[in-house]
Write a protein that binds this ligand. Structure first.
Ligand SMILES: [Zn+2]
Length: 353
């Protein structure tokens, strides 16, 4: 089988490294069994580039409340974590951006922060691992958007308006199953300005985690293709974080893309956090989205190092197994190239200035 280098829509590796501050170089530059991504495992898994998210967890530490506590026989409903403070998040974000560039230096350029679509296109099939700087939630951006311009200069090329908690720009969906994503208000006035400023600068807007009213506001306002970096099909797994058919259609209509995520609770029809989930479930979401809106609009968006993935996948080195399953199912090389890299390159060429 021909290798298919992949561009991946979402990982939380920088947060994992940030939390292990004192061993971050070792955990990234050497092969370990900690989490899902390090440089040697990325090479083995044919990861060519990825959106490296910066995310500021609530100061209380844990990202989500105890899963079991909110489970009932029908599903679960986690309350939204409270908003986080700008100063707190700005400070943490700066530390993580600095860490990314530190790792670029330490890797002797094997890790490279990617700032243009040409750079991205050139490094597919090379030994370099491209890092697209992404913020998961705009809490480190001030209302006047000055920080947006500063971070753009520092390499920011993708921004999720929210994670699953509110901020001054928008509201995210809580983790609720089963549930529609239509929870809460649309974009605030500063949120609308933020979308327009991202368009002007050429920063991609990520719709994963945004609630449905916010999604339609971005659809109305943005002149760029619509993108959800790590979300699946709501028809298969009806969790609030997944995309309804109508949303999928809008993404296709804008010539955008969906990155299919490996989060087990977003793959499984029963929404359970069960790692005994087959790789066929990933294939099912890809099949569904591709048959509804076309292979041009589906891509990969793992959420490595940020979520619970199938045991059968293990880590980034398991991705070629998914590609093999798709190949066995009859996906052509051409279709697989679109899925693994070309769709992201097309969307980023149209979005980045
Ligand atoms: Zn996420």
């Amino acid at each position: 089988m021909k290798p298919f280098p992949t561009i991946d829509g979402h990982n939380d590796t920088l947060l994992k490294l940030h939390l292990e501050e004192h061993s971050s170089d070792r955990l990234f530059l050497n092969e370990t069994s900690v989490g899902h991504i390090d440089l040697p495992r990325a090479r083995k898994g044919m990861l060519s580039a990825g959106f490296f998210a910066i995310f500021c967890p609530n100061p209380s530490g844990s990202m989500l409340p105890d899963f079991e506590e909110y489970m009932n026989e029908n599903g679960y409903d986690f309350p939204l974590p409270s908003a986080v403070d700008y100063d707190y998040c700005h400070h943490m974000t700066n530390a993580m951006v600095a860490q990314l560039y530190h790792l670029q230096t330490k890797s002797n350029g094997v890790l490279k922060v990617v700032k243009s679509a040409e750079e991205l296109e050139n490094l597919v099939h090379k030994e370099t691992l491209g890092a697209i700087l992404h913020f998961e939630g705009a809490e480190s951006i001030d209302r006047d958007l000055n920080a947006l311009h500063v971070y753009y200069q520092a390499g920011l090329r993708s921004l999720g308006l929210v994670w699953s908690r509110p901020n001054i720009f928008a509201e995210g969906v809580p983790y609720r199953y089963p549930s529609t994503p239509d929870i809460g208000f649309g974009l605030t006035e500063p949120g609308k300005k933020l979308v327009q400023e991202c368009n002007k600068l050429g920063i991609m807007i990520d719709l994963s985690h945004l609630n449905e009213k916010g999604f339609w506001d971005v659809n109305e306002l943005s002149d760029a293709p619509l993108v959800a970096t790590h979300s699946n099909a709501h028809t298969i797994c009806p969790i609030s974080r997944n995309l309804t058919d109508k949303q999928l259609d809008a993404i296709a209509g804008s010539n955008g893309v969906v990155g299919v995520t490996y989060a087990v609770n977003m793959l499984r029809p029963d929404g359970k956090l069960d790692t005994d989930t087959s790789l066929e479930m990933i294939v099912k979401h890809i099949d569904y989205i591709a048959s509804r809106i076309g292979i041009e609009h589906v891509s990969l968006g793992s959420d490595f190092d940020g979520t619970t993935i199938p045991d059968a996948l293990g880590d980034v080195t398991g991705v070629p197994k998914v590609i093999k399953l798709l190949k066995d199912r009859g996906y052509s090389d051409n279709a697989l190239r679109k899925l693994t890299s070309e769709n992201w390159i097309r969307v980023l060429k149209a979005t980045w200035k």
